[in-house]
Design a protein around this ligand. Structure first.
Ligand SMILES: *Cc1c(COP(=O)(O)O)cnc(C)c1O
Length: 462
């Protein structure tokens, strides 16, 4: 499989090259040149298989050519062996046709482990084969950073630097990033918000001298390998509810549009998905855009679902690429307009987006109410991001199609909001119960490209 850029001006790469590169050199995001399609029989045959086997069959067409069959099976096995649940992504029933897909049984208790654990193993195999090393820099609104650190800690071919907005991640999230003792792990608390961290990261990638000098690699949700890993659980969940013989819908708590874009690819691969519902918190640029109001940045307002406090959704560019008929030039132009505040989506592209996506938003009060009502009616304690999803999902629930809401984090990652809503304290799983006693290691740093690049250069291993 070859990979192409959403802006049409970067060279085609293999899967391995696209994975090691992250962002394309024309500023675009990599996508497979063609989306592989599974037949209805191939999808039906996934029923009852272990998660790892489903993962292999769904992802294989995307990676063949870069990895061997047995090699890739071993990578998948290692990626998910540390999960705290044999099903990896179990389904729970909330009411007659609304289900929760629990994606928080990985090492950092959020869905990002699904992609990051796989990427860690993929990088290790690819870099060892090349005798190479890289510097991974990630920007996080909370969950990506800890997931990246867990995936790469202790690997000698990699240094990991994680930029997070100082004071704007939960204490559990912060501690998960600042307590690993491995010398290749560097947590940086940036004086700014998540969009600042993400912008700094983009600028580093566009500074080719720095990028080549430190062998910069990205594992943010722009990395196609991450999107790829997330396609798998759409298949495992849909098949366990009767696909391909029955349609299902998904509601996805959304920030950077990576997770729901994986659902879009699953649909294009042949999985009978009826609706893909984008659920946002009060930072609702995606909901406004899908409601026909154009894609215009607002200020990011901190919320109780901080991993979705995002005004510019980097992966939305991928959806726009398909909505604009795979026209890289049109996408490049929109992204130029975005630098000046935003753009209107053409009528044709709007129709294409609406064919697959619906959207809704939940206010802070609605999020708290949903945590409470979910506990009262379904005996489930959910995290605030998941609650945003449940609230919006109920608006779109239809009698004849099961709705699956993605439960993106464990409630214990966001204890303050959960406790405020429910009067219940969500305990950490026992394997993490000493998190609050472990010493922290973090560098506070200005929101300044020069200072960040300098720090990174001085702290990578020789
Ligand atoms: C990252 C994250 C999201 C948003 O996912 P995107 O792929 O950025 O849309 C939602 N919930 C939680 C808990 C997250 O960590």
């Amino acid at each position: 499989m070859k990979y192409i850029s959403t802006r049409g001006q970067a060279p085609e790469l293999t899967f391995e090259e696209a994975m090691l590169t992250g962002l394309a050199r024309d500023g675009g995001l990599y996508l497979p040149a063609e989306i592989p399609v599974m037949t209805q029989d191939e999808i039906a045959a996934l029923a009852g298989l272990p998660y790892e086997e489903i993962a292999f069959r769904v992802m294989w067409p995307y990676v063949s050519g870069s990895f061997g069959e047995d090699e890739f099976k071993e990578i998948i096995a290692r990626a998910y062996e540390g999960f705290g649940h044999d099903a990896r992504a179990p389904l729970k029933q909330l009411n007659e046709n609304h289900f929760l897909l629990e994606l928080f049984h990985g090492p950092t208790l959020a869905f990002k482990d699904f992609a990051m654990q796989l990427i860690g193993q993929l990088f290790q195999v690819a870099l060892n084969r090349r005798g190479d090393r890289v510097t991974i820099v990630g920007a996080t609104s909370g969950d990506t950073g800890s997931a990246a650190i867990e995936a790469f800690r202790g690997l000698d071919a990699v240094d990991v630097f994680i930029l997070f907005p100082h004071g704007r991640v939960s204490e559990v999230q912060r501690r998960q990033m600042t307590t690993p003792a491995d010398s290749n792990v560097h947590a940086l608390a940036v004086d700014g918000d998540f969009d600042d961290c993400q912008a700094a990261l983009k600028d580093m990638f566009n500074d080719f001298e720095f990028r080549d000098g430190v062998k910069l690699a990205g594992v943010n949700s722009i990395n196609f390998a991450r999107v790829l890993a997330q396609i798998v659980y759409y298949f495992s969940a849909a098949v366990s509810l009767g696909a391909p013989h029955r349609k299902v819908s998904f509601t996805v708590p959304t920030g950077n549009f990576g997770d729901i874009f994986a659902g879009y690819l699953a649909k294009r691969m042949g999985l009978p998905i009826d609706r893909l519902v984008v659920a946002t918190n009060q930072n609702d640029i995606l909901h406004r855009c899908l409601s026909g109001e154009g894609y215009f940045k607002g200020d990011t307002i901190p919320s109780i679902s901080p991993s979705m406090d995002i005004q510019v959704s980097s992966n939305f560019e991928r959806a726009l690429y398909y909505a604009y008929g795979e026209d890289g030039r049109a996408v490049a132009q929109l992204m130029d307009e975005l630098k000046n505040g935003g753009f209107n989506v053409s009528q044709g592209a709007m129709e294409a987006l609406r064919e697959s996506f619906d959207s809704g938003r939940a206010s802070e009060d609605e999020t708290l109410e949903t945590i409470k009502s979910t506990l009262d009616h379904s005996a489930e304690l959910v995290c605030p991001h998941t609650a945003v999803g449940i609230k919006v999902a109920e608006e779109y629930r239809a009698a004849d199609v099961p709705m699956i809401t993605l439960a993106t984090a464990h409630p214990a990652k966001f204890p303050a909001a959960v406790e405020k809503a429910s009067d219940m304290h969500p305990p950490l799983p026992s394997r993490m119960s000493d998190l609050y006693e472990r010493p922290e290691r973090v560098t506070r740093i200005a929101n300044d490209l020069g200072a960040l690049e300098d720090h990174i250069k001085r702290h990578i291993a020789e």
